[in-house]
Each structure stands twice: as structure tokens, then as C-alpha cells.
Design a protein around this ligand. Structure first.
Ligand code: SF4
Length: 336
């Protein structure tokens, strides 16, 4: 157990957790919505500090991040639990757990050491929602920055602004899910009613902390594949994060409690790409469809191919700093 950082004491030994936007009020002996934070006698504890569910050396493209240190390796670590309960969760074995699982531990010092040993340029907290072990990711991110590594959150974006401001100085990239663009969709898919805060925190990550942002939407047939959702997301990214922000529209495969839904047709992904382009986005990528031409990066100005991709294989052809090597157009790449 590790004492939580962001909570308030309330009467009768209750606490209010301020790590994510649920802001759970938790009575003594009880856990929050996520179950990963628990109140013991009026003190809030993280129950799974350094408890690792999954660890791997991944290409950064797997997060997916396409404009952030392309071709690099990220030391990727996941813990347990989630503050969302999404239908069709792709990582339900580690996310849909009611109790922290105690097993392998990797302390921040060891994570940094392993990242360097395996020639990774950075660390990504991924696989499950990283706010579920916020204190651990904060300690690790601090240490990673001291050691010259980049740091990445792969997140559903539901962190509070004050949690973001706590970890913001040590985070380089915010890879955020935007699952839809209506109250009904978020309520149905993720059982979340106050979802607009996700957008506000993403803007804050960009504007206040200058993080590199990429957005992903896993498109599920008959769930979030309609024009209203996709136009809403694409328009918001364009207006609030900027036309050079990458948007990944990825293929859903049946999983968890959505085994009866079909995989997303490729034509649906291509329609989403069209919607993104019409909204003015310069980089809309097709994901989970290896070999599809929509994985590649082309310069929006001269049209030259900048990066070729096949699944997680990457061939960098035309980047100079953040720009196109052929015509000098700004492409929003982070390479140093
Ligand atoms: S992190 Fe968990 S306990 Fe804290 S507010 Fe979010 S769901 Fe509730």
C-alpha cells in the first residue's frame, strides 16, 4: 500500500479521491469506482503501487503514436484496473478486475534500468489506464526524465486537471482515446456521463504542458460509426488541438462482452478517414489493418511519402526535425 497523493478528508473518515474525474467519495473500508484506491481509516491508499500486469518492449507505433520518435522502442508497462467499464474492452483481463492483483513488482528505479538495458528511448504506461496507479507513474516519470528517457501516457483521458498538473512537468506524450461525441455514446459504451472533461484535460495537456497529443477512436460497428460521432470528434480535434494532430481510426475486433459484434469493415474506416480530411485534419491513420495504405504518412503539402508502415514495421524516409525533408512543411513530428 502507498498513500495516495490527491485526496481530501471529509467528515466521518470519508475521503474524496481527486485522481480521476469520478472524484469518488469513499467511506472507511471501501474502494472507489476503480477499486484500485481504498480508504483505510480515513486515509486513501493506492493498492497497487508497482504491481505490474504486463511488460514489453514495444515499437512506439503500437501505442499508437505515429509522430513521436518514430521507429523508437518504448518500455511499456501496464498495471491493473480501470475507471471505465467499456463494452468490448480489448484488455479486459487486466482492466476488469475488482481487486488489485499482487504479483510481479517493478519499482521505478528498475523500470528505468530495464528501459535502458533494452535500448528503449522512453517509457509508456499503457495496456490499462495509467491513472489507476498514478503515484507509481509519477515517481517513474520523474526518474525517467532525470535519465533522459521520454514518457508517454496511453489514456482514456479521464484524469483530473490537478492530477495532470502534478504529472505534467514529467510527461511528453498524451495518447488519448476519444470514443465518441455525445452523452449517449459515452454512457452506453463506457458508462460515463460527464465525458466533456476528457476534452478539457486533453487541451490542457497540449496548451499548458506542451505535450505531444495523438487521438485514437476505436470504431465499433453500430456503436460509434455514425456521422454525428465521427464528425464531432474530427471537428473538435481540428478546432481545439490543431489540424496537424494525428487521429487514428482503428479497427474493432470482437472482444469481452461484445463477441457478437463484427469486426469493423475497412470501408467504415475509410469513411472515417474521409470525414477527418473533410474536417481539415492533415493526418488521419487507419489502425489495426496491417498493409492498408492508410498507415503511411504523406506530406500534406508536397505529397511525398514521409514514413512507410506495415503494422509495426516503420521505414522513416523524409523527416528533418519536425518537418518534411522534401519541401520543409511542418508535420508535427517530435524526434528530440
Ligand atoms: S481513481 Fe478510482 S477512486 Fe479515484 S476518483 Fe477515479 S475511480 Fe474513484
Amino acid at each position: 500500500m502507498h498513500q495516495a497523493m490527491l485526496y481530501e478528508s471529509l467528515p466521518k473518515s470519508k475521503v474524496r479521491c481527486n485522481i480521476c474525474q469520478w472524484r469518488c467519495q469513499i467511506g472507511p473500508g471501501k474502494g472507489g469506482v476503480c477499486k484500485m484506491y481504498q480508504n483505510k481509516d480515513g486515509v486513501l491508499y493506492s493498492m497497487n503501487y508497482a504491481q505490474v500486469s504486463s511488460v514489453a518492449v514495444d515499437p512506439i507505433e503500437k501505442k499508437p503514436l505515429f509522430h513521436f520518435f518514430p521507429g523508437s522502442l518504448a518500455f511499456s508497462i501496464g498495471g491493473w484496473g480501470c475507471n471505465f467499464h467499456c463494452q468490448g474492452c480489448q484488455n479486459w483481463e487486466i482492466s476488469c478486475v475488482d481487486l488489485p492483483q499482487l504479483g510481479r513488482q517493478i519499482q521505478p528505479e528498475e523500470a528505468v534500468k530495464l528501459a535502458k538495458e533494452y535500448n528503449c528511448q522512453g517509457i509508456a504506461w499503457t495496456y490499462n489506464e495509467p491513472t489507476m496507479w498514478f503515484e507509481y507513474t509519477l515517481d517513474s516519470a520523474r526518474l525517467a526524465k532525470e535519465n533522459g528517457l521520454y514518457t508517454v501516457y496511453v489514456t482514456n483521458g479521464y484524469m483530473t486537471p490537478e492530477a495532470l498538473d502534478t504529472i505534467g512537468p514529467y510527461l511528453n506524450a498524451w495518447r488519448v482515446d476519444i470514443k465518441g461525441f455525445s452523452d449517449g455514446l459515452y454512457r452506453k459504451l463506457a458508462k460515463i456521463s460527464q465525458w466533456h472533461g476528457i476534452l478539457e484535460v486533453a487541451k490542457r495537456a497540449k496548451n499548458k504542458w506542451q505535450m505531444h497529443i495523438e487521438v485514437i477512436t476505436n470504431i465499433i460497428p453500430a456503436m460509434n460509426d455514425d456521422k454525428t460521432q465521427l464528425e464531432g470528434i474530427a471537428g473538435w480535434i481540428h478546432d481545439e488541438l490543431g489540424e496537424l494532430t494525428p487521429w487514428h481510426v482503428t479497427r474493432f475486433y470482437p472482444n469481452h462482452d461484445m463477441m457478437d459484434s463484427p469486426p469493423t469493415p475497412i470501408s467504415t474506416l475509410e469513411r472515417a478517414v474521409d470525414i477527418g480530411r473533410k474536417a481539415g485534419l492533415k493526418f488521419v491513420y487507419v489502425g489495426n489493418a496491417p498493409g492498408h495504405g492508410g498507415e503511411n504518412t504523406n506530406c500534406h503539402k508536397c505529397g511525398n511519402i514521409i514514413i512507410k508502415r506495415y503494422g509495426y514495421q516503420t521505414e522513416v524516409i523524409g523527416i528533418r526535425g519536425s518537418k518534411c525533408k522534401f519541401c520543409g512543411a511542418e508535420l508535427n513530428f517530435k524526434t528530440a
